[in-house]
Design a protein around this ligand. Structure first.
Ligand code: HEM
Length: 397
């Protein structure tokens, strides 16, 4: 079996489940060469991904969670600062605490009504047309609007920010030279405007709260705010979008499951949503770096080695799921790790679930007769998985 978990081509039509299967069965912690880097260990079994993600004593999120190390000039641009996604406890704990309250289940529930209203507004905009690009015009709208609301920004700005996120998550080889870096700079330029605006006119929003809060007895520096902003926009954008588009595609490809769901949508939505998370696993991987020599599933890992957790592979592991290759919307229990686990486990998962439920409820009850108008085009990325365009025909229900 040819294993290549770096080439965007391996992810051009969804995740490479045949490679994942081979790896889980033959080499669950396997060395993977890297043309422009040191190489890494690919971890594909559920139990090992779970272990690595929780064991921050042995597996560090520093200096980065991306497979390639940051270029020196890029790292220098951020000064001594980094995103909390790339910090270890106790520093990480202190930063996460700054925004944790906004993302608890009760806090997320307070947004439920507004999110349902946004879902209605999004479907209203396409319902009469009979045809749309589901990714851009439906699925992508929801996370763009939600991040804008969280940060206290105009909804249309959320849409622009989300377009930048997509560029940032696209493999550099699939973009014009420098486009990824330019997208980060544009995001920073925009966020610098937010700093000025929210300092002058603070509101009851997360951006204003971040600017007012203290860490270690001091205010956040501008660069620390910019990195928080980038993380929040990046983390909640095309992940939720891809779950919605990839999830609808999975329903269309599994008509019996689709019919089962529709027979009692309200009652069946929670288990269906979790199964779609397992099935699509929008975040392909997170990387860690070994802090010490350590053994994982009988494999000796050396201090400094890169260790990469493949969530989509873990989520199809027969040791954790019965009939993992079958989409079963009634699956219970469903111990998927599409949101990761451990100290960095997805902070936005309660909001994400509310967004997903609101959109699926709205789309599935008001739109019907879904047909692909053209083959979906997948994001050229080895980091985030999902369709980038999905032209659909439908009827108003
Ligand atoms: C279907 C949607 C989503 C998926 C699949 C997803 C998945 C993930 C994953 C896999 C991680 C890393 C976990 C780990 O390392 O163990 C993560 C982290 C994170 N996610 Fe999400 N996410 C989603 C939606 C969201 C949303 C809507 C938000 C915010 C509005 C969000 C905010 C974050 C943040 C802030 C982190 C970093 C947490 C930390 O470093 O402590 N995510 N997410």
């Amino acid at each position: 079996m040819k294993i290549d978990l770096l080439s965007p081509a391996s992810f051009a039509a969804g995740q490479p489940h045949d490679q994942y299967r081979w790896l889980r069965e033959h080499a669950p912690v396997r060395w993977h060469d890297e043309p422009n880097g040191r190489g890494f260990w690919a971890v594909t079994r559920h139990t090992d991904v779970w272990t690595v993600d929780r064991d921050f004593q042995n597996y560090s999120s520093e200096p980065t969670i991306m497979i390639s190390d940051p270029a020196a000039e890029q790292a220098a641009g951020f000064g001594p600062h980094k995103m909390m996604l790339m910090m270890d406890p106790p520093e990480h704990t202190a930063f996460r605490k700054l925004i944790r309250q906004e993302f608890t289940l009760p806090a997320a529930r307070l947004r439920e009504e507004r999110i349902q209203a946004l879902a209605k507004q999004i479907v209203d905009a396409v319902i009469e047309r009979g045809e749309c690009d589901f990714v851009d015009q439906v699925a992508g709208e929801m996370p763009s609007f939600v991040i804008a609301e969280l940060m206290g920004l105009p909804l249309s700005d959320g849409r622009e920010l989300y377009k930048l996120t997509e560029t940032i998550h696209t493999a550099p080889e699939a973009l014009p030279p420098g486009a990824g870096g330019q997208a980060v700079m544009k995001m920073f330029e925009y966020a610098s405007g937010v700093i000025a605006e929210k300092r002058a006119r603070p509101g009851d929003d997360l951006a204003s709260k971040l600017l007012a809060c203290e860490v270690d007895g001091r205010r956040l520096e501008d660069m620390e705010f910019l990195l928080f902003f980038l993380l929040l926009v990046d983390a909640g954008g095309d992940t939720t979008r891809n779950l919605l588009s990839g999830g609808l595609l999975a329903l269309m490809e599994n008509p019996e499951q689709f019919a089962w769901l529709m027979a009692d949508l309200d009652a069946r939505l929670p288990s269906a949503r979790e199964e779609l998370l397992r099935w699509t696993s929008p975040v392909i991987y997170m990387r860690r770096t070994a802090k010490h020599d350590v053994e994982l599933a009988g494999q000796q890992i050396r201090e400094g080695d890169k260790v990469v957790m493949y969530f989509g592979a873990a989520n199809r592991d027969p040791a954790a799921f019965e009939r993992p290759e079958v989409l079963d919307l009634s699956r219970d229990p469903n111990p998927h790790i599409a949101f990761g686990t451990g100290p960095h486990g997805c902070l936005g998962q309660h909001i994400a679930r509310i967004e997903i439920d609101a959109m699926l409820r709205e789309v599935l009850t008001r739109m019907t007769g879904f047909e692909l108008a053209a083959a979906p085009e997948w994001l050229a990325s080895n980091f985030i998985s999902g369709p980038k365009a999905m032209p659909l025909r439908f009827r108003a229900a």
